[in-house]
Design a protein around this ligand. Structure first.
Ligand code: NAD
Length: 543
């Protein structure tokens, strides 16, 4: 509910709006019932425009602060709350008068208490729900069912499949493909190989993909896939067999016009080539079968610039933010110090691009085995060569530098912090000690809700994942277009088109943030939710 709606509705007198219900049981007669406990009320006053109050329906006891409540059937005072309160996360600790500013914050700003414990999926849902409140008036009339439809995945496929291992044994793996929304088809999203892959994580990543595609304005729905495995412990042959069998198991739901996978953590060009080959074997007559997957080797129809695209898109977003003065006390990237968590596709490429093209000084880098920091700056290519040359494949030990833990690395002094590893890395305790002026989220979901709030309050500019790392899916879209029309664009053309998409999306997000006085993450979700709901409303509900 927006404050202006409250104003309108209170014109004729008082307003009382239900916000929260709880279930109660009577210990005496066994009666159970649901009762309104939280509300917002408003009335016109003489001096002020409006007096707003959030409260509980029954007054707390004056001596013990417990709410006075009795069974509605037998009158007994032995009454207990049962189950969880309904899903409204506002907590009601008693009646309190709130200021006009606080009311503005409540209705226009971040209306829900930040929560540290939420997992990635719940965080995405929460951001989406927050965004719904700021949609344009025509979209605002959206039915509850449409919101629910967008919050839930359209299709979740779980497959179990056997793979012959090098030692002759058979190992059974679990894989997933989740298509979050069919706003547009094909759906689009990467494939992750990691021991942490499960249905919830893949579902969260698929939801994120829907939001990401809408922020950029790509005609895709979101999807994601993955296999629960440790790719580092598998041989090349085992990984190839796993990829082929997994592709076979999801063949019925993927295709150039239905669902198009791409690389993510633990997968790359080689896996994408195998997915293409397997699909083509079963669809020999398909004329543009290579469009079934993006992130392929260039020889197989991969786009030039796809490998670096996630990082390149992030660099364009960062450049835009600095150019527009959106990062406190940072007027140029030349000489700016950068710490990067994660040294795979996204992490290595952002280090390299910021160092070589923008004159940044990369002072900290980490991977899953630990981090290093040097005030003098690190050469990303040299660090990569060191990592690839030692048997443990670690960057720890480079130039005799001290090994750092995750927390030490993330809280090291720098101008720009780039989480480029995985989700839920910047938690509240770390956020309080972060020293950077900006956070460029190349990883998906690296920041918890509480950490996000702490960073915003500290004045750190958070460039949110659904905008900052959307360069990957954007060049995937370019690759898909090239495959469909049999073209191969030059790298300069790819980069120019990517720059235009990223800066256009950045401008849209910043304007939305200004219009509603929101942080960048909330604004990006407002842009995405607004487009997504618009599409559903224009298409209508079938049949
Ligand atoms: P990758 O597998 O190439 O690299 C992941 C890196 O993170 C590795 O260097 C690994 O050692 C490191 N890592 C893992 N756990 C770590 C930890 N606790 N601390 C420090 N480093 C750790 O994966 P990627 O493709 O670079 O993806 C990284 C992130 O970027 C993921 O969140 C992914 O979803 C996101 N992303 C990737 C793409 C893409 O096109 N590849 C696109 C959008 C978003």
């Amino acid at each position: 509910m927006k404050l202006k709606d409250v104003f309108q509705r209170v014109e004729g007198g008082k307003l009382k709006e239900e916000l929260s219900k709880k279930r109660f049981a009577c210990a005496h007669c066994g009666n159970t019932w649901t009762e309104l406990v939280g509300f917002v009320s408003a009335h016109k006053t003489g001096s002020e425009d409006l007096c707003l109050r959030i409260g509980m329906d029954s007054e707390p006891c004056k001596t013990c602060t417990l709410q006075v409540r009795e069974c509605q059937r037998c009158g007994s005072k032995e009454v207990y709350e049962i189950g969880a309160p309904d899903d409204n996360p506002l907590s009601f600790k008693g009646i309190r008068q709130i200021s006009r500013e606080a009311a503005d914050q409540l209705f226009f700003g971040r209306t829900f208490e930040p929560q540290e414990e939420l997992d990635f999926l719940d965080r995405t849902r929460l951001e989406f729900e927050r965004a719904i409140q700021f949609l344009d008036a025509n979209v605002k009339t959206v039915e509850k069912g449409v919101v629910e439809f967008l919050e839930r995945p359209f299709r979740q496929l779980t497959v179990k499949f056997p793979v012959r291992m090098d030692d002759g044994s058979i190992k059974v793996f679990t894989g997933y493909r989740v298509q979050h929304s069919r706003l547009f088809e094909p759906t689009k999203g990467g494939i992750r190989y990691s021991p942490e892959v499960d249905l919830d994580l893949v579902t969260a990543l698929a939801f994120d993909m829907t939001m990401k595609c809408q922020v950029i304005g790509l005609p895709y729905g979101g999807a994601k896939g993955g296999v629960c495995c440790d790719p580092k412990s598998l041989s090349r042959g085992e990984l190839d067999r796993l990829t082929r069998r997994y592709t076979y198991e999801i063949l019925s739901v993927i295709g150039p016009d239905t669902d198009v996978p791409a690389p993510d953590v633990g997968t790359g060009e080689r896996e994408m080539a195998i997915i293409y080959d397997t699909y083509k074997m079963f669809n020999p007559q398909s004329t543009y079968a290579s469009a079934v997957v993006t992130g392929k080797p260039v020889n197989l129809g991969g786009s030039k610039g796809r490998k670096e695209a996630t990082a390149q898109g992030g660099a364009y977003v960062l450049e835009e933010a600095v150019k527009r003065g959106d990062i406190n006390d940072l007027s140029t990237l030349d000489g700016a110090t950068v710490v990067v968590q994660g040294f795979g596709n996204a992490g290595f490429n952002i280090s390299n691009i910021l160092c070589k093209d923008y004159g940044c000084q990369i002072v900290g880098i980490s991977d899953s085995k630990g981090g290093i920091y040097s005030e003098e700056g690190l050469d990303p290519s040299d660090v990569l060569a060191y990592k690839n040359s030692n048997p443990e494949r670690t960057l720890v030990g480079y130039n005799g530098l001290r090994a750092l833990s995750t927390e030490q690395l993330l809280t090291s002094p720098c101008d720009i912090l780039v989480p480029a590893a995985k989700e839920t890395q910047i938690v509240g305790a770390i956020a309080s000690n972060i020293k950077s002026k900006a956070v460029l989220e190349l990883a998906n979901g690296p920041t918890t809700d509480l950490a996000d709030k702490i960073l915003i309050e500290k004045g750190v500019t958070v460039l949110p994942d659904i905008l900052a790392n959307a360069g990957g899916v954007t060049v995937s879209y370019f690759e898909w277009l090239q495959n469909k029309v049999g073209e191969s664009w030059e790298i300069s053309e790819v980069k120019e088109k990517l720059r235009r998409k990223m800066s256009g999306a950045y401008e849209n997000v910043v304007e939305t943030a200004k219009d509603h006085d929101l942080d960048m993450r909330s604004a990006a979700f407002v842009c995405a939710a607004s487009r997504a709901i618009d599409v559903i409303q224009e298409r209508g509900i079938f049949p």
